[in-house]
Design a protein around this ligand. Structure first.
Ligand code: SF4
Length: 325
């Protein structure tokens, strides 16, 4: 798809059904009808960064912070495996309180006790740490670039650069991770041209997994007064990403389920083939408040959505479709 065509669909929401149907056909052709469930544990809401849109930002004093112990994370992962789920996603803010050894320990022990794939989503670390996590057994790494607009990236992420973000994605690939990235749709000041460039950048990176979420405001951030991302625009982008990247794993994200009560179902019908049920323990999950009114996707909710969409739950790990795993 050329840039002009992508922009045309972004600018013309009444044409959504055309891209949705094409995306659904391509999803069927490249990924089939199965949906992969990835169990997520949000194990720490501490973060040393200060991203403008995120409730976990360092300067937010209106949040009760928590950290799960290494043992708690391992035990929770074992529970996820006992339900037959084949991937655990370990997510946190950029929390350097967990040393490289701590993360390796968690990965190692989960690998010893289960046959699950492990996805890490713990932000920016030293290159040597990415290598250590991989050697410990981590299979995949998620690191969204959020926007391809270099100037806007700096505004959104004080002290961070898009250049380093993209460099890390390259390093992760070199260390043989299955790599996930993605971006936010509907950020204040974001243009359709920015979204189009994001989609084109994805084609260049050729990630194994792509996470796309609408902007959802959070009351304790500088962006608290901006409207949430639009569902049709979000699904249009999702469909366009499916069309342009073909055999990528694309989740129906929690943020999509947050802005629209049928969002997960609609996302599955617009190109998505993954759902990530939330296994963060009840006592912590309400404080993983990256944005307001975040829904918690339970395993039952995920199963219902898959069934209602006329699809079935995959019994495989759902490794990358790109590199012959
Ligand atoms: S978006 Fe990520 S890095 Fe930024 S403040 Fe939130 S948790 Fe931290």
């Amino acid at each position: 798809m050329e840039k002009g065509e992508i922009l045309f669909y972004l600018n013309n929401p009444e044409k959504f059904e055309i891209v949705r149907q094409l995306a659904d056909k391509i999803r069927m052709e490249y990924c089939g009808d199965s949906v992969h469930l990835r169990g997520i544990i949000e194990f720490s809401n501490y973060c040393h960064n200060n991203c403008c849109y995120c409730g976990l930002k360092r300067d937010n004093k209106n949040i009760i912070r928590y950290r799960m112990s290494v043992e708690e994370v391992i035990n929770r992962a074992v529970e996820i495996a006992s339900l037959g789920i084949k991937t655990v996603v370990l997510q946190s803010g950029d929390d350097l309180n967990y040393s490289c050894c701590d993360i390796c320990d968690i990965v190692n022990k989960i690998k010893e006790k289960t046959d699950m794939a492990i996805t890490l989503s713990i932000g920016e670390r030293e290159n040597s740490e990415y290598k250590a996590f991989k050697d410990a057994g981590a299979d995949r790494y998620l690191l969204r670039f959020e926007t391809s607009n270099e100037h806007y990236y700096k505004v959104l992420h004080p002290g961070q650069t898009l250049k380093r973000r993209l460099e890390i994605l390259d390093i992760l690939r070199k260390f043989d991770y299955q790599v996930g990235t993605g971006f936010i749709i509907g950020l204040p000041e974001e243009t359709d041209n920015d979204l189009c460039n994001n989609i084109i950048l994805l084609e260049d990176i050729s990630p194994d997994m792509i996470g796309l979420g609408p902007f959802v405001s959070q009351s304790d951030t500088p962006y608290n007064n901006y409207p949430n991302g639009d569902i049709t625009k979000t699904l249009t982008v999702l469909a366009l990403v499916r069309i342009t990247t073909k055999n990528t794993h694309i989740p129906a994200t929690t943020a999509i389920g947050t802005i629209d009560k049928d969002g997960l179902f609609k996302a599955l019908n617009s190109g998505a083939n993954v759902i990530m049920p939330d296994f963060t323990p009840m006592i912590y999950k309400e404080n993983y408040n990256i944005y307001d009114n975040k829904v918690s996707i339970s395993i039952d909710m995920a199963k219902d959505v898959v069934k209602n969409a006329g699809r079935y739950i995959s019994s495989s790990r759902g490794d990358t479709l790109k590199r012959g795993y």
